[in-house]
Structure formats: C-alpha cells, structure tokens
Ligand binder design. Structure first.
Ligand code: ADP
Ligand code: MG
Length: 334
C-alpha cells in the first residue's frame, strides 16, 4: 500500500498544480519548518512597471521658464541629459536582458516611441551583471561617417548605485538622493550612467500577487515561518513584505545572487529545515541548497531544474498545498 499511497499523493499534487520530482520528495516536504520566499516574480508579479524617469538635466530648479530649444546634433558626451533620452538609452541596453527590471524599461522605451528626430539606437558589447545591472555600447544607427559613429558611441550602464560605483562610475549626490527617495517609498530604483557618470534614475514598481498574502497566512497556519529574500533594496523589500504579512525582522534585502544560498545555509545551521521558493536564475543555488526547493512554473528553466517541486501556475498557495499533501499522504502510509 505504501508505494500506492505515494503515487496517489504525487498524482493529487499534479491536480493541485504541484509537480513533485519524485515520491521521496514528500518526506522532505513534510519536514520543512521554514520557508524562504524570493521577492521578485515569486511574491510579486515579477512584471515591473516604470513609474518615474528622472534625470539630472530635467528637474533643475529654473528661475524663469525657458523656451524649448531645438535639439542640437552634437558629439558632446553629455548630450544625453533629458529624461526621454535616459529612458531611450537605458531601454536600448535593457532590451538585451531578461531581468524583470529590463523588460519593464524596454517596454517603457517602446511605449515612448522613436521620436522622428532621432535615429534608432544600436547596442554592441552587451554584458549582464547578475544582481548589479547591465552595460552596453550604444550608438545611433546610420550615424553617417564612421568617425561620427565612433564619437557618438556611449558606454551606458543601468543598475544599482553600489554596483555602478564598483564599476568606476561617478554617482553624484543628487542621483543617490533620488534613488534613496524612491526606495524609501517602496519602489525599485536603478541609476542610468553614460560615459563614466550617472545622470538618470528610473523607478519601477512590482505589486504583490493577490495570491501571495493568503499563501503566507496558510504557510504560517501550517507552522512554517516565512522569510522574504531579495537582491532589491530594503525599502522595496519591506513594502513587499508588509503587503503579504512578513515582519521587517524576517526580511533579507540587498542579497547578491551568490549570497542567497548562504542565507538558506545560515537558517539550516540554526537547525531549521528550510524550503526555498524562487523563480530566477539568481535563485538556483539557494533552491539547490535548501532542504526543499520549489520553483515557480512561470519562472526560468534554471530555477525549475534546481528544484524538487514546481508550482505550475506560479501561485504561492500551491506551496501550502504541497505541505498539506505530504502530511496527509505520509500519514496514510504510517
Ligand atoms: P531579485 O532578488 O529581487 O530578483 P536581483 O538579484 O536579480 O533581484 O537584482 C538585484 C538588483 O540588481 C536589482 O534590484 C537592480 O538594482 C540590479 N539589477 C539586476 N539586474 C538588472 C538589470 N537588468 N537592470 C538594472 N538593474 C539590475
Ligand atoms: Mg525572482
């Protein structure tokens, strides 16, 4: 009867939107007492939306209203100074990245449209730095003379302020202030830099899924302690945690992808049996380290491959279903 009960258990799981890698997984699922939740794409929709674009060039206090001036074709590296330019250049680079921040910025750039006066932007030398940001060489397509093309090429970086600083980028105080204000308000804010200095800030929001708060409550009722883990700022992390009922004390923010697994290991060292729920490439190591890894079916293949259970519909409540199912199934056997 034992193998039959397990097969029934895993079969029932499929009906509940829970894909269990193998029958042996039910035992570790039954034992978990702690659940670490990735923020972006797990607790939240993972569909960020650009809510503000700011540049050092546009919101300077002006004593008197000034007439709009015709854009001047220039080789001046600091030409890129207004907010639409910041968005366009950032969107050009981000269109090559798959991060939720990148998709949002690329979409906002497309929505802004290509101004008639501007030629499309070409990106070469794209590099993604997980947990930090992205960079690329951006130039206006068909900018005529080969020489003109070289002069019009800008190294554009989009990402976290600390990461930009590590890359040798100058981040002026007013940019830090703008980022800090957005983060305290619960937004995710990235800075945009070109030719060695940050001059723009893009703020994004990513609401919690409606299913996340009930899921956290269900997990608590089952006796598990939920934590929130993210590479995002303290501010954005706290707002997401509050939305689902996780106290500030149980929030790990600004954790680099490489350190997410260490957070799981630390909880394990305290004697807990830890489940990790995630969706991103940056969660893979933590998912593999945890006693039980659960991936959002809506997430990346890398996360799914690193996990024991897939929550098919990307609904966190299925994690609670999995725990209930494992307890019921193994009770039948014993
Ligand atoms: P999370 O844990 O929330 O999924 P990540 O570890 O992927 O977050 O990223 C952490 C931080 O690194 C982001 O909040 C952002 O500041 C920066 N970052 C990562 N990827 C990008 C990108 N493609 N564009 C801009 N910033 C990025
Ligand atoms: Mg994520």
């Amino acid at each position: 009867a034992t193998p039959t009960a397990i097969l029934v258990g895993t079969g029932r799981g499929a009906q509940l939107g829970v894909l269990i890698r193998g029958p042996e997984i039910l035992e570790s699922t039954r034992r978990v007492d702690t659940v670490v939740l990735d923020k972006t794409g797990t607790v939240t929709e993972g569909r960020m939306r650009v809510v503000d674009v700011w540049s050092t060039g546009t919101r300077q206090p002006q004593a008197e209203p000034v007439e709009p001036v015709e854009p001047v074709e220039t080789d001046d590296a600091n030409h890129l100074t207004d907010a639409p330019d910041v968005l366009r250049y950032a969107a050009a680079v981000e269109s090559l990245s798959e991060h939720p921040i990148a998709s949002a910025i690329a979409a906002a750039g497309r929505a802004g449209g290509e101004p008639d006066t501007e030629t499309p932007l070409e990106v070469t030398g794209f590099i993604a730095h997980p947990g930090g940001g992205v960079e690329g060489l951006v130039r206006r397509a068909h900018s005529g003379l080969a020489l003109g093309g070289a002069l019009n090429t800008r190294r554009v970086l989009v990402g976290r302020v600390d990461w930009l600083t590590e890359q040798g980028i100058t981040v002026p105080e007013e940019v830090r202030t703008a980022v800090g204000q957005q983060e305290r308000a619960g937004a995710t804010a990235v800075a945009v830099a070109w030719n060695g200095a940050a001059g723009g800030v893009i703020a994004l929001r990513d609401p919690a899924k409606p299913t996340s708060a009930p899921a956290v409550a269900e997990l608590r009722e089952l006796g598990l302690r939920p934590y929130l883990l993210t590479g995002d700022s303290e501010g954005a992390a706290r707002v997401a945690a509050q939305a689902v009922g996780i106290p500030d004390a149980d929030v790990f923010a600004r954790v680099l992808p490489a350190d997410k697994a260490a957070v799981v290991a630390r909880l394990q060292a305290e004697g807990r049996t830890v489940a990790m729920v995630g969706d991103g490439v940056n969660d893979a190591a933590a998912l593999a380290t945890a006693d039980l890894g659960l991936a959002m079916g809506t997430g990346t293949d890398v996360a799914i491959e690193a996990s024991d259970i897939t929550l098919v519909r990307g609904d966190l409540r299925a994690a609670a279903s999995a725990v209930r199912l494992s307890r019921k199934t193994l009770r039948v056997i014993k």
